[in-house]
Design a protein around this ligand. Structure first.
Ligand SMILES: Cc1cc2nc3c(=O)[nH]c(=O)nc-3n(C[C@H](O)[C@H](O)[C@H](O)COP(=O)(O)O)c2cc1C
Length: 355
């Protein structure tokens, strides 16, 4: 019997491997996507931090390089105004040390999926559209569905998975707490309840009957094989792809990932206000990894913007969102195409499967 039992998504998308290269805003661009797709993965282009014009441009570059399917990824958080005076006050000693202040014009906050992003989707017809932090409203979601894209939502609990299924998604990412970057939590349960990937994947599959994409703490072929045995249809890796030469991360981030610090990632709200897993930062000694001083997502990032630039230029990454998952130590600096093939071939060999 095959260890990779649920091939619904692979068949629908024409994939030769069970691998999804995770969308990673700010860290993964079109080169990483092309490399992963060439290796047989479902490639993802993160669209949360870029303008709709850039989305259209990147899809066109991707399509000039490969005929493979692509996943366009968006955030769907609630953008409420937030007061960040206490956070700015707490950062005052760092502003003084680096000779910078609160930005005169705060950078635009990460925008949730809206009509302009829907227009971009209607122009480029991605095969897959995935959403983090819930789903857009019914009207916007209907516009995306009308393009024929496969709709994927992200669940961190079985309750979120049932909520997504009730709104008609085609597949669900089961994102365990081991994952690097933001936990896509949107129904408000205590972050301390966040399940691990091994517990979450089969429960999401049982709760919904939909194809499940396993994500979180999967770092090599052993993790990929384990997720397939749990019933995953595809397996999404983020941190593993940060090691690729095509990723866009800063050298300081790359250096930390390659060393012992990679064993000490923690969840923190200091960098954006949202709960996200990051490599250790000296800032944790000042505020703890999770602080009530940081305003809600995505507002905590504005007060750090100038500090981050000045500090990074001086080789200090403490204010930078250097995300990492729990399996970072398993990472290998291979080009994305070779990494994808190695993950897929290794996992299928462990399972006694052929591609
Ligand atoms: C640097 C980084 C950036 C990320 N940005 C996004 C993003 O823009 N959209 C998204 O849906 N998930 C994002 N994620 C989460 C990934 O989609 C995925 O859930 C996670 O990487 C899986 O865990 P792993 O890092 O242990 O492989 C990001 C993860 C990392 C490490």
């Amino acid at each position: 019997m095959s260890g990779w039992r649920d091939r619904r998504l692979a068949e629908r998308l024409g994939l030769s491997t069970p691998i999804v290269q995770a969308p990673m805003a700010g860290a993964g661009g079109v080169d990483l996507a092309i490399g992963a797709a060439t290796g047989g993965a479902l490639a993802s282009l993160p669209a949360a931090l870029i303008a709709p014009e850039a989305i259209i441009q990147q899809i066109s570059t991707f399509r000039a390089a490969t005929g493979a399917a692509v996943n366009l990824n968006f955030f769907c958080h609630q953008l409420e105004p937030a007061e960040d005076a206490a956070w700015r006050d707490a950062l005052a000693p760092f502003y003084a040390a680096y000779g910078v202040g609160y930005p005169a014009v705060p950078p635009p906050a990460r925008a949730p999926f809206g009509p302009r992003q829907a227009e971009a989707v209607e122009q480029v017809f991605p095969e897959v559209v995935s959403f983090h932090f819930g789903l857009p409203d019914d009207t916007l979601l209907a516009r995306v569905k009308a393009t024929g894209a496969l709709i994927v939502g992200n669940a961190t609990t079985p309750a979120e998975a049932r909520w997504l299924a009730a709104r008609g998604v085609d597949a669900i990412i089961a994102q365990g707490h081991e994952a690097g970057g933001h936990a896509g939590r949107f129904l408000g349960a205590d972050p301390a309840e966040h399940m691990g990937t091994i517990a979450l994947v089969p429960q999401v599959a049982d709760a919904t009957g939909l194809p499940v994409i396993a994500a979180g703490g999967i770092g090599d072929e052993r993790g990929v094989a384990a997720a397939l045995v749990l019933g995953a249809a595809l397996v999404q890796l983020g941190t593993a792809y940060l090691f690729c030469p095509e990723s866009l991360i800063a050298q300081g981030h790359r250096d930390l990932l390659a060393g012992e610090a990679a064993e000490h990632s923690r969840v923190t709200n200091l960098f954006t206000g949202g709960i996200a897993r990051r490599l250790p930062s000296p800032l944790f000694d000042n505020f703890g990894a999770v602080s009530p001083l940081a305003p809600a997502f995505p507002h905590a990032a504005a007060a750090l913007a100038e500090l981050r630039k000045a500090a990074e230029a001086a080789g200090d990454g403490r204010f930078s969102p250097w995300w990492s998952g729990e399996a970072a130590r398993l990472g290998q600096a291979l080009p994305a195409e070779a990494l994808t093939r190695r993950l897929a071939d290794g996992a299928l060999a462990l399972l006694g499967d052929a591609r």
